[in-house]
Every structure is written in structure tokens, then in C-alpha cells.
Design a protein around this ligand. Structure first.
Ligand code: NAP
Length: 451
């Protein structure tokens, strides 16, 4: 069986690499899933015969387009826009839009591929997709961001709709960008539907959508900790990033009695051994969301903190680590450092923040490791709830949404335990998430025939 599994994985990956040149992040995401699922697929010949996983690794559709816009100096700028419509077996395509200079097709394919399994895990009827642009919002005026969003949506609106494809935010796309895109969508299509999620509360947004990914990650970590009779109370927590996911992860950890000692951005990390209090978090929110400043300024304001230039937070001693910035931000050496410093739990708020070497360390050392597609599914889950509210023309209260979010995160955790528990009782949440997410999509694809 072992040989058969490694042959299956090698052949599968050779095919993926040949068909998708120069897309390392996509290979990484697919490889992790194929490795997890290979024994399951080999034992189920119907999946093998129908090439379900092979079909899942091929997007149903990829749209690439030019995004021309005029900057504040009157100069023409040109960016590239993408939407990867990966899989619609269980619902309309659903997944965020990323604006970051590093965006390329391979990164969006990795994100879209993971999104399919993540959305399935939420148990809501959503297929998977992802989109974005290599537009860099840093240093751009509001006017420039608006012009870019309008141009981006002028093309994208042809390909999306409330029953077709429902984008949301991601890195570089928050409430401001979603609102500009929604305004342009509405204007061009002459309809008020729930085609984007993450909208403002005054025009169809769901309470708790901004908080959902960060809160959900902490709810997931709480469930993992509970399996070892642990909780956040009194725990020291290292968080990376300082954007949407990181901010609300910190807020929820504080509520649960933990102490957060780090945050970061692409220039470095801050380490505050006295802890990031509620007041300090409020400062970070204003700094990052309104002033669009750098995390370095935190260390200038609070003398208890140090700034670690161009360094990630993982050398800080902590009990729990929540990587909430970006892909591959935690490598094998970082993982070793974390475990040696006593870290017992890692929950990924970001998508694929841990490299394969880091994941190997966490699994070998048998600490609690929650992969992004399970741990950060709270964001898309509340996006799914926003779609439901839009269809019903209703708005639930924050409390109602929070209860649903907590119950979804608990169900995802239970599904991971069910499918990821090994004979010695250790839960491999990577296998658990992949198998649980895959099964529903595979069954739907089998039922729908060769499409
Ligand atoms: P965000 O608000 O734009 O914040 C991103 C944070 O990560 C910023 O602090 C940013 O620093 C940092 N960052 C981005 N690229 C980086 C890089 N190459 N190196 C170091 N730091 C970097 O985005 P977000 O919504 O919080 O998303 C963070 C992660 O969560 C992403 O992996 C995203 O895919 C994932 N996620 C988000 C949601 C959601 O609902 N938003 C849902 C599920 C998963 P700078 O300011 O220096 O760029």
C-alpha cells in the first residue's frame, strides 16, 4: 500500500507540474491534499476511475483581464485581473479577491483549490473560487483605489452574479474596496443582489463578517485546546500579520483570557512582553485601517515593545501561535523554534502560512495543528450567512451570527477529529480537513456525471 500511495502521489504531481508550469504555491497546496487523500482514493476505485481529484485540480474556468486606470497624476496604469472559478459542484463559486503586488495565476489557483475544500467543510452550499490583481493598494489615494476597483469590476461583472460567483475580500481588499466594487457592479448590472460579501452593514452586509475569520480561528483553536483539557486562559499567544484576520484574532484571544505578545507586517514584527491590551489593539486598528500605517509605529508609541526589523514573530516564546498574515510565513526552522519554546497549538488564520517542512515538524511532534482550510473557514462561513440574509432580504443580529459561527467552527472541528484520528488517539487535522472537505464535493461530482 505504501508504495502504491507514493506512486499515485508522484504520478499525480508529475501531471500537475507538467500542465501548470511555474506555479509552486499551487503544487504545494495540491501536493498536501493528494498526499492526504491518496490512501482514501486508492481504497475507493470509483473515485480513481472517475478521476475526481484530477478534475478538482483543474479549474472549471480561468478569467484573465486587463485593468487600465488613471492615477492621480493623470498617468495611465495597467494591472492584470484574475478570477479562478475552480469548482461549482456544491454551489456557486465563492472566495475572496486579493490585491497585492505578488498576485499571479499560480497563487490564485492555490487559494481557489483550498477554497473548494474549505467551503465544503463549512457545510454551506458554496463552490470555490478566488480572484485578484497585482495592484498594490499601499500608498494609493482613496481616489486611485476607487478608480482601480471600478475598472476591475467593469470586466469582472460579466462573470459573476448571486447564483454564479460571489467574491469577497482577502489581502488588500477590505470594506472600502468591497464597497467600491459593489457600487460599480450595481451600476453596471442594475441590480441590488448579494453578489459580493463583506459589504457595509448599511447595504446588505452581515454583522460580524469583518470579525469572522479571526474569531473563527480562535474558536477552532479553543476546540483543539479543549481536546487536551487546555484553554486560552493565561496562555501566551504569538500572532502574525496586523490586518483584518490578525486584529480580530487578537480581540477574541483577549476576551478568552489569553495574552498576545506579537504582531507583524511585511517590514517586521513587534514583540510586546507586557501584552497587547484592548487599548493597544484599538490603536493598531486605527493605525492599520484608517491611517494605513506600519506596525513599526506600535514600538515607537509603546516603550514596552521591541521592533524586530524584517523578522517574523516565531522566535517569541509562546503557548499558542496564530499565523494570520500570508502564505509560507512560517518555515521548518520557525516551527522547531516554536515547539522547542513550548508551543502546544498552532491554528492557521492565514491560508497556507506554514511551509511543508513546518507542517511536518508540527505533526511529528504531535502538537495541535489546525490547517487554514479548517481553522480560517469562519470568514467564508459568515460570507455564506451574508448570502442567506441577502436572499431573504433580512439582517440577523451579531449575536445570531456569532452563535452560528461558533456552531460551524465546532462542527468543522468535530469532522476533522472524526476523519483525522489515528489509532494512538492523535488527531491529524490536515488529513481530517482534507478528507471531510473532499467527500461532499466528490459525491456531488460523481452524481452530476462527467462535467
Ligand atoms: P489584510 O487585512 O490585507 O492583512 C494582511 C496582513 O498580512 C498585513 O499585516 C500585511 O502586511 C501582512 N502581509 C501580507 N503579505 C505579506 C507578506 N508577503 N509578508 C509579510 N506580511 C505580509 O489581509 P487579511 O484579510 O487579514 O488576510 C490575511 C490572511 O488570511 C491571508 O492569507 C488571507 O488569504 C487569509 N484569509 C483571510 C480571510 C478574510 O476573511 N479576510 C478569510 C480566510 C483567510 P502589510 O501591511 O505589510 O502588507
Amino acid at each position: 500500500m505504501k508504495n502504491q500511495v507514493s506512486r499515485y502521489v508522484d504520478d499525480f504531481m508529475a501531471g500537475v507540474i507538467a500542465r501548470n508550469p511555474a506555479e509552486p504555491e499551487f503544487y504545494q497546496a495540491v501536493h498536501e491534499v493528494v498526499e492526504s487523500l491518496a490512501p482514501f482514493i486508492i481504497e475507493n476505485p470509483v473515485l480513481m476511475k472517475n478521476k475526481i481529484l484530477e478534475r478538482m485540480a483543474e479549474p472549471e474556468r480561468v478569467i484573465m483581464f486587463r485593468v487600465p486606470w488613471l492615477d492621480d497624476r493623470g498617468e495611465v496604469q495597467i494591472n492584470r485581473g484574475f478570477r479562478v472559478q475552480m469548482n461549482s459542484a456544491i454551489g456557486p463559486y465563492k472566495g475572496g479577491i486579493r490585491f497585492h503586488a505578488s498576485v499571479n495565476l499560480g497563487i490564485l489557483k492555490f487559494l481557489a483549490f483550498e477554497q473548494v475544500l474549505k467551503n465544503s467543510l463549512t457545510s454551506l452550499p458554496m463552490g470555490g473560487g478566488k480572484g485578484g490583481s497585482d495592484f498594490n493598494p499601499k500608498g494609493k489615494s482613496d481616489n486611485e483605489v476607487m478608480k482601480f476597483c471600478q475598472s476591475f469590476m467593469t470586466e469582472l461583472q460579466r462573470h459573476i452574479g448571486p447564483n454564479t460567483d460571489v467574491p469577497a475580500g482577502d489581502i488588500g481588499v477590505g470594506g472600502r474596496e468591497v464597497a467600491y466594487m459593489y457600487g460599480q457592479y450595481k451600476r453596471l448590472r442594475n441590480e441590488f443582489t448579494g453578489t459580493l460579501t463583506g459589504k457595509g452593514l448599511d447595504f446588505g452586509g452581515s454583522p460580524l463578517r469583518p470579525e469572522a475569520t479571526g474569531y473563527g480561528t480562535v474558536y477552532f483553536a479553543k476546540e483543539m485546546l479543549q481536546t487536551r483539557n487546555e484553554s486560552f486562559k493565561g496562555k501566551t499567544v504569538a500572532v502574525s500579520g496586523s490586518g483584518n484576520v490578525a486584529q480580530y484574532a487578537v480581540e477574541k484571544v483577549l476576551e478568552m483570557g489569553g495574552k498576545v505578545v506579537t504582531l507583524s507586517d511585511s517590514n517586521g514584527s513587534i514583540y510586546d512582553p507586557e501584552g497587547i491590551t484592548k487599548e493597544k489593539l484599538e490603536y493598531v486598528m486605527v493605525l492599520k485601517n484608517a491611517i494605513r500605517g506600519r506596525i513599526k509605529e506600535y514600538a515607537e508609541k509603546y516603550p514596552s515593545a521591541e521592533f524586530w526589523e524584517n523578522e517574523r514573530p516565531w522566535k517569541a516564546k509562546c503557548d499558542v501561535a496564530l499565523p494570520c498574515a500570508t502564505q509560507n510565513e512560517l518555515n521548518g526552522d520557525d516551527a522547531l523554534k516554536l515547539v522547542e519554546n513550548g508551543c502546544i497549538c498552532v491554528a492557521e488564520g492565514a491560508n497556507m502560512p506554514s511551509t511543508p517542512e513546518a507542517v511536518k515538524v508540527f505533526l511529528e511532534r504531535k502538537i495541535l495543528f489546525g490547517p487554514g482550510k479548517a481553522a480560517n473557514a469562519g470568514g467564508v462561513a459568515v460570507s455564506g450567512l451574508e448570502m442567506s440574509q441577502n436572499s431573504m432580504r433580512l439582517q440577523w443580529t451579531a449575536q445570531e451570527v456569532d452563535e452560528k459561527l461558533q456552531s460551524i467552527m465546532k462542527n468543522i472541528h468535530d469532522a476533522c477529529v472524526k476523519n483525522g484520528k489515528s489509532a494512538d488517539g492523535f488527531v491529524n487535522y490536515v488529513n481530517g480537513a482534507n478528507i471531510s472537505g473532499f467527500t461532499k464535493v466528490a459525491n456531488a461530482m460523481l452524481a452530476q456525471g462527467l462535467v
